[in-house]
Every structure is written in structure tokens, then in C-alpha cells.
Design a protein around this ligand. Sequence first.
Ligand code: ACO
Length: 325
Amino acid sequence: KSNAVITGVGGFVPDNILSNSDLEKMVDTNSDWIVSRTGIKERRILTDPTLATSDMAVAAVKNLLENTGVSAEEIDCLIIATSTPDHLLLSTASIVCDKVGLSNAWATDVNAACSGFLYAYTLGASLVESNRYKKVIVIGADQNSAIINYKDRNTCILFGDGAGAVLLEPTTEDIGLMDSVFKTDGHGREYLLVPGGGSKIPATVDSVEANQHYIRQEGRIVFKAAIKGMTETCTEVLKRNDMTIDDVNWLIPHQANYRIIHAVGENLGLSEDRVKVNIDRYGNTTAATIPLCLWDFKDDFKHNDNVIFTAFGAGFSWGATLLKW
Ligand code: ACO
């Protein structure tokens, strides 16, 4: 049996910084409120109108190939988790394949919002474990600035743009992805969504005038559901593998709000130094948060370290993945 192990990490964030003081000039908010309620100090925004989600994913994949020394032709498959695709019809993965020159890969998108990378990582690992695919790239990438109303203080302070990518390869060692506990509950769909632009409310002058193409969120409901969902799935994945929290070296949680991250760590009984946090610099980059944490912190992880990824997002969709680094 082959296990699927992460053999490389790449990432990209745009140069342009949107700080809390910039936002103070755009909506009725203040930096102290944002920092104390979310932990976010700044986020990166893709401002060049000729660029989109695929361009950030391309930059992350190029960085990954450079870091690993693997050539574009060697890649068998590419999965990109995104809820801000370049286009509604045609996968962003196709565009990334073309722009990077992955001439031997097939490619597809996964949309599970903030849980997207978690789901895509398990799907990609299953392909490697099947022994049919040797080199699989999994990306999390989102250009949230494309779906944010910068007049809505409830959402515009939270989100940023970015992309992270990992390479998965087979190993006979007892490392790599061990188990995932995933949940999907469509009852949550009304609390966090972009209502317009799809088949239910197609993009029209009226729908755009009604701001239906922007993200909407019932923050308090999502906040509570996120803490509960991530705590429960982390607990379940540990129990299922006869492990306790003391066996866990690192928790990499989805970066939506520092208070959510802190509460999940506290519920699990994990000390803060074992929980990775970069929300202060990037905000919530949706599917990109976990791979961007890997990009920032991978040098801290040692061979055989037990790591948990956990996420919660629109759908609702959530879960926890246990792996050995
Ligand atoms: N600046 C100043 N005041 C604000 C701001 C702001 N930017 N935003 C809201 N407020 C006000 C509200 O109007 C409210 O005022 P009121 O009491 O007079 O009505 C007060 O602050 C408190 O508002 P709450 O919504 O209760 O604030 P809360 O502490 O819940 O923080 C937040 C809001 C940050 C949105 C939080 O609820 C949150 O992080 N929710 C979860 C986000 C998340 O996890 N999303 C999931 C992933 S996203 C994805 O899947 C795409």
C-alpha cells in the first residue's frame, strides 16, 4: 500500500497590502475593533484587473515546482480548491494547467469554500494511494476581493487574496495522510453565500444592482458553528485513531477569525505554541489559508510530527484531517 505524503509546498500572495487603517477610510470601522474581534492586521489584495484566481494559483505552482525541482511534465493531476473561479463555465484548473505547461496532467476544481483545500487534499491523496497517480498537485486559491462589497463592514474587513499549493507523492513509509473526518450540512447555506451569479440568480443588471454578487454572512451563527464543527471533527479524528491531543504536534486551523482559532485550541486542550496562526498578515483567504500556513511554517515541522488540519466554511462544510509529516 502506498501512502500519500506532502513532498513540497509553494505559495503566493499579492504585493498590495490592505491595512486596517486603509479600511477605516472606506467603512465605519476602526483598527482596534478589527484586531480585537478578528486578529487581522492586514490582508493582501490582487489589484491588477487583468489578473484573477488562476494567476495566483499559477504563481504558487511555479514556486512549488521550483522548491521541489520537479518539472511541469511530470505532474499527473492537478486539483484546485476555489470558490472564486475565473469563470463560471470552465475549470480554473484547466487555465492553471495551460499557463504552467502541465502537459501530461488532467485537472479539475473542487468547491467547498473554506473547507475546499481540506477536501481536495484528501481527494488528491486518494489518487496517490490508489497507485494510479504518482505526482498530484493540490491547490487552495481564492481571490475574495472579487466577491467582496467594500461598503459592507461586516465582511470587507475579513477577507484577503492568496494561493497555496502542495505536491503529493507516494511513499511506503508510515507517514502522510492518515484519516479525515468530513461533514457537510446544506442547512447552513443561507448563513454564508454569494447568492447571485449562478443558475439560481443569474447575473443580470437587477441582481447586480441588488448586490447579489457579493458575499453575505450571518457572522455570529457562522462563528459558533465553526468552533463547534472544528472542535468535534478534531476530537473524532483523534478518537478514531486511538490518539489523544497530547500526541498532536501541530494544529493548522482555517484562518477565519483568531477568536475561533483560539477557542478551538482551548476546547481541544492544545497550548497556543502548537497552533499555527498567520491570520494577522493575510486575513481569511478561504481555500488558501491552510496551504499558506504550510508555506509559512513548514520548516517548523519535523519528520513524523502528527499534524491536524481543520476547517469550516460555507455550505456548511467542515472537517479535520490527521497526517504524519
Ligand atoms: N467595525 C466596527 N464594528 C463592527 C464591524 C466592523 N467592521 N462589523 C460589525 N460591527 C459591529 C456590529 O454592527 C455590531 O454592532 P451592534 O452591537 O451595535 O449591532 C457589533 O460590531 C458586534 O457585531 P457582531 O457581528 O456580533 O460581531 P462578532 O464579534 O460576531 O464579529 C465577525 C463579527 C468578525 C464577522 C465574526 O462573527 C466572525 O468571525 N464570524 C465567522 C467568520 C467565519 O468563520 N467565516 C467562515 C469562513 S468564510 C467562508 O467559508 C468563505
